[in-house]
Design a binder for this molecule. Structure first.
Ligand code: SF4
Length: 165
């Protein structure tokens, strides 16, 4: 077994890959990245979407419903674009990385509330409210048996970071 690593939403280590060109920097995860313990990935960029890009939400139950072909990912800025294929491609590309790292991957830490990376909550399609559910990439990783942590689970993240050293 090699060095233990975490797969982390790239925006959490400071990459400007958010839909609006910003990031969701978490200093501790950035530090772990700089020390070589983090593989940062952005499923939406891996799915071929540009940055910045129109904001999108899941129309349907959740990310799992998109994987099963029952839900879609549509833009919500009035452009009415269908990003479903991009989100699916990005999820499977992220899974490819996780499977490659498998032996050494101790957890995936993903950005809460994102339609790709959300772990416990995502935005409702027709309102500004949050609802229970996972994003598309998070749901696929969970389906395949990977340990998923929300970016909001700070205490658990602290424990996981200690395991790396
Ligand atoms: S939440 Fe996920 S998909 Fe969104 S910018 Fe961050 S890494 Fe990319």
């Amino acid at each position: 077994m090699g060095k233990k690593v975490l797969l982390v939403s790239a925006c959490l280590v400071g990459f400007n890959c958010k839909y609006n060109g910003g990031n969701n920097l978490n200093e501790e995860l950035k530090k772990a990245f700089c020390e070589g313990f983090v593989v940062p990935l952005c499923p939406e960029q891996l799915g071929g979407l540009p940055t910045p890009r129109p904001p999108a939400k899941i129309k349907g139950k959740d990310g799992l419903s998109v994987i099963r072909g029952e839900g879609k990912v549509l833009t919500v800025d009035g452009s009415s674009l269908d990003f479903t294929e991009n989100f699916l491609k990005g999820a499977y590309e992220t899974l490819k990385a996780a499977e490659c790292l498998k032996e050494n991957l101790i957890a995936c830490i993903l950005k809460e509330k994102s339609p790709s990376c959300g772990v416990n909550r995502i935005y409702d399609f027709s309102s500004d409210n949050l609802k229970e559910g996972m994003g598309v990439a998070a749901a696929l990783l969970k389906e395949k048996g990977f340990k998923i942590l929300s970016s909001e689970e700070q205490e658990i993240i602290q424990e996981v970071l200690k395991e790396l050293k």
